[in-house]
Design a protein around this ligand. Sequence first.
Ligand code: BGC
Length: 379
Amino acid sequence: MIGAKTALLAMCAAAALASDPASAATARREPFGTLKDGTAIEAVTLAGANGVSARIISFGATLQALKAPDRQGRVADIELGSDDLAGYVDHPNYFGSTIGRYANRIAGGKFAIDGKEYTLAQNNGKNTLHGGKKGFDKNVWTVEALPGIPEAAAAKLTYVSKDGDEGYPGTLTATVTYTFNNKNELIIAYEATTDKPTIVNLTSHSYFNLAGDGSGSVYDQILTINADKFTPVDAGGIPTGKLADVAGTPFDFRQGTPIGARIRSGDEQMVFGRGYDHNWVVNRSGGGLSFDARAYDPGTGRSMEIWSDQPGLQFYTGNFLDSTTVGAAGKQYRQGDAYCLETQHFPDSPNHPDFPTTLLKPGETYKTTTVHKFSADAS
Ligand code: BGC
């Protein structure tokens, strides 16, 4: 847990940032409830220009709220979630959480490094999903600092996952830094180091609804995904290993298309996923950040672009939201009420040598960045 002195220093940093006339971005730190074992959970609110803000809680390094204006300047939370801690502790849907040590599925919960087999906690039939039974989303992260960056506000959180945690080898030290800048960009940067060879795939599991949390179906929102191929899956959501062309399928989002237009098409892949729940192979031009996806809500004029350096993007239409959760807006969440756009390595990469590697060795640093750019069209 964070020491009182560190907390004080960080608060001073936040206050300095908030009062810096050169920067409109601010960071505010406050309590966000207490776990049953007495652990205090904190929230940090990062506010950029024009009413856009992000609130992160230390439970699961979770993006708890994301507020953005529509074309008339009306601000709404555009990400599903809860306004109290119990909503995150008691519900299994990974709302806004940081996912690790390995986002998405690992077949049979098994993989090998240098011929040695490892068995993970299985929490999705016989497979491992999003890290296992107690992944990074269900652990308390330490709010390290609120770095004072000109024209931006940031929060850096750390979690140390011990050797053997959920079955993964090596002690992994992971950090996630959320930064909000004055260009209405939310930047999520991850880093990790290990003391033994291990596998890593970190992502953010935000459920977006650009019309606002609790506003119902997202099927009319327009999605573009910059990918010519996707990785088809078996009935358990495990990639077959093939990279299939999106052309001529409901997976072709190269031109902006309403999310619901082809979601009941009867395509076998869509039946397996109960809707979209697949990894797209993002078209990349060299290193650095590339354009992954754009979502646009014609009703409110809000749009969000996602840029990252990752090879894959999981597009998931909230297929398992089953009305058993009431969110921050006081409405039940139902299938199709939101979408996740998870920048990531391909699912089950450790068991597919021809997929980009997710191996991390001692002495190396895992580093990846995702940028969300928000805007609204003219009224
Ligand atoms: C996965 C889904 C899973 C969901 C849980 C998504 O990232 O692709 O299969 O059910 O997470 O919230």
